[in-house]
Design a protein around this ligand. Structure first.
Ligand SMILES: Nc1ncnc2c1ncn2[C@@H]1O[C@H](COP(=O)(O)OP(=O)(O)OP(=O)(O)O)[C@@H](O)[C@H]1O
Ligand SMILES: [Mg+2]
Length: 321
């Protein structure tokens, strides 16, 4: 393996060890979040309340030496609550920019579907452009700016679900599932000790494995993971097949191809290889594509899920030798 790739693998392994001091289980979700961070992309986090979504993003920020900001979306949240605003200082007789939470590095955009479209799009535009404009002044965001957005999957009343076009801006959807029995027992016991995971983070029991400014250097390691033309074609074929599947009303767009290629490369790394094989692509399909397709209502009523549809898509596309 190339030296840069080895270094990146070592860092990711170290990060996983530190994160596991706080987050019990959820290994795949942690892996997927790390993938998006190293790909410089954004994540949709989904899971019922209390599955440690907030704790996970805080822990990721701490471990990777990045700062953390949380934005609670609500019906009265204004775009300027996210980006910031110029405040007039009477004493100095001048305007001073008060930067909003978007200038932090890892952002938890909590319950993004609770804010109206105008406010959502302030965030989504920033995600795309990595800059924001406040009173005609354009400011650049942190180079590691990463958004983790949660949508409340239970309540629909008074919410504004993200339009399909906006979901497409997230590299993947990471689903947090209920913990296994043994995992739940571990943190049930922790309750007795009165140990609060947030305190554990503060006490530096969990180490930062890198400095924020080094993160982009590690990213370059990914460029050394090879993916041959046949495999690129395979990824493209899979995305295209979502557009002609019977059970899928709206298939995935070209951004999906980009995300699938990024994801497969990092998946190869997680599988301890510096070259992509078809399995890596298949492993990424669900996380990268499930939020970008819409199942036909008549199929949905029969119980067909996006996972079923994507499994079928994978079966239909011929795998390169
Ligand atoms: N996998 C886990 N590992 C460790 N602690 C956990 C785990 N799952 C839940 N917890 C515990 O549950 C608490 C709730 O987590 P957190 O507030 O991060 O959930 P959340 O998913 O953000 O919830 P909400 O959707 O209500 O915002 C944590 O402080 C932690 O003590
Ligand atoms: Mg939370």
């Amino acid at each position: 393996m190339n030296e840069q790739v080895e270094l990146l693998t070592k860092k990711i392994t170290e990060a996983k060890i530190e994160i596991s001091k706080i987050i019990i289980g959820q290994e795949r979700a942690i892996e997927l979040c790390l993938m998006a961070i190293f790909a410089g992309q954004h994540v949709l986090l989904e899971g019922v309340p209390g599955l440690a979504k907030t704790l996970l993003v805080k822990t990721l920020a701490h471990t990777l030496g990045c700062d953390f900001g949380r934005i609670q979306f609500s019906p009265d949240l204004m775009p300027s609550d996210i980006t910031g605003t110029n405040i007039y200082n009477l004493k100095l007789n001048e305007f001073k920019l008060l930067k909003g939470p978007i200038f932090k590095t890892f952002i938890l955009a909590d319950e993004i579907n609770r804010a109206p479209a105008k406010t959502q799009s302030a965030l989504l535009q920033a995600m795309q452009e990595k800059e924001v404009t406040i009173d005609n002044e354009t400011l650049t965001l942190d180079q590691n700016f990463t958004v983790f957005a949660t949508q409340n999957p239970i309540e629909f009343e008074g919410t504004y679900p993200l339009p399909e076009a906006q979901k497409d801006r997230f590299m993947m959807k990471v689903y947090l599932d209920y913990p296994e029995l043994d995992e739940e027992l571990i943190f049930a016991k922790k309750v007795l000790t009165g140990e609060n995971p947030e305190d554990t983070l503060k006490k530096n029991i969990v180490n930062s494995v890198l400095h924020a400014e080094d993160l982009h250097n590690f990213r370059e390691g990914l460029l050394n993971i090879s993916m041959n033309d046949e495999l690129i074609k395979y990824a493209v074929d899979i995305v295209r097949a979502t557009r002609s599947n019977d059970s899928i009303l709206v298939g995935a767009g070209p951004r999906a191809t980009q995300s699938l290629i990024y994801g497969s490369r990092i998946q190869a790394l997680f599988n301890e290889r510096d070259f992509v094989i078809p399995d890596d692509i298949q492993e990424m399909v669900l996380s990268v594509l499930s939020h970008r397709i819409i199942i036909r209502p008549e199929y949905e009523m029969e119980g067909v899920t996006s996972k079923d549809a994507l499994d079928q898509v994978i079966k239909m596309v011929s795998v390169p030798k």
